[in-house]
Design a protein around this ligand. Sequence first.
Ligand SMILES: O=C(O)C1=C[C@@H](OP(=O)(O)O)[C@@H](O)[C@H](O)C1
Ligand SMILES: C=C(OP(=O)(O)O)C(=O)O
Length: 449
Amino acid sequence: MERLAETAARPLTVSAAARPLGGEIAVPGDKSISHRALMFAALARGVTRISGLLEGEDVLRTAAAMRALGADIRREGTEWVVESAGVQGFSEPSDVLDMGNSGTAARLLSGILSGLPFTCFMTGDASLRGRPMRRVTTPLSANGAVFVTRADEKLPMAIVGNGSPAPIVYRMPVASAQVKSAILLAGLNATGATRVEEPVATRDHTENMLRHFGVPVTIEADTRGGRVITLDGPARLTARDVIVPGDPSSAAFPIVAALLVPGSEIVISNVGLNALRTGLFVTLREMGADLTVVGERVEGGEPVGDLRVRAGVLRGVDVPPERAPSMIDEYPVLAVACAFAEGPSRLRGLAELRVKESDRLAATVALLTANGAAVHVEGDDMIVEGRQSGRPLGGGTVETRMDHRLAMSAIVMGLAASRPVTIDDTAFIETSFPGFVTLMNALGAGIGA
Ligand SMILES: O=C(O)C1=C[C@@H](OP(=O)(O)O)[C@@H](O)[C@H](O)C1
Ligand SMILES: C=C(OP(=O)(O)O)C(=O)O
């Protein structure tokens, strides 16, 4: 299997934490916001300083692509500085844009490139080359761009941009912030109103950050939880500094670990609390988790706070399908929590998990099954039986399948289970959470000790 940035596979065996987890940590910057900060800063004329940027592989791919288009991007101390002449300064990259493992980078950049007057070639690693691009190529073709793809609209592909794009009007068939964002970004260079209707609200970082960079974006909520987002083009971005909060999707792993390892009490400072990202926190509280927010405040236009987590008994939960977009990346680690809970859990409406870095529905079932938990899929729902007496958890080997979230979920399982959990490859954790094992060990996890 293809390696991440030429690193060797990193297998790991994780044994139960020998003592409760304790202490205060900060998780790395939000991945979604980091991608957008680099892209929008490159689209803007002027100098943007970004603090708290996630320095994970996925985001570094976005930085490389924006450099290839013409922006100057450099690290200065703890900040990232983007200097750009704006979209007018962009020119045709002389090589293929390799988006690595990142669906967000590939989909959002496709939107930007579709409205520019040159041709680009885009590829990714074996995982990304297996993921659907039709969800963006179909709507983006309506602006006059041409996508030349492999069979089934997969990467690699050529994007023949249209420098005078038509505005797109689109009702989204899937709940996807990546698709919504791609269409809105294509609209920046179009003349007229770009309009996206989403049946269920998805993370709104694109809308928030476009406004931050001076682009008027209108958001209307409908009565059934959907939204209509409108952007009038052409619109130019003005450089503005960005503060990236800690990633709630990354915080999910130490949170679940602390809930499951008896006696634990931890604090995670400065976590993003955008309501369209916090479905896991709602769900864990429904399970009886002792999870509280202290010092909630607004920083850089996004709500943030410090999370205090105390271990305790969890009970099974029924998660409604409309909550999925607000916790889409958190299901693997939630399923681990459910395996330790009292009573069964039903996680509904998970079709989108099939098209992530791996088929996360199948891979999560495999992770739990290999470690003694009872789990099955009915349609698009996952049913996890709770902890069963006389049935020890752990003892299995987990295949990561080029998927960072599976690797971290398996580590959490190992910390909480009575028997060790082996993971075939943890290298992909670098895509979203560099330093994960070190940070868990700072809480006393004793991984690899
Ligand atoms: O817009 C984004 O930053 C993201 C949107 C989600 O994907 P979908 O849009 O495919 O749901 C999520 O899974 C991904 O990690 C980040
Ligand atoms: C799905 C994810 O990311 P992406 O789609 O950007 O690869 C993720 O981080 O879990």
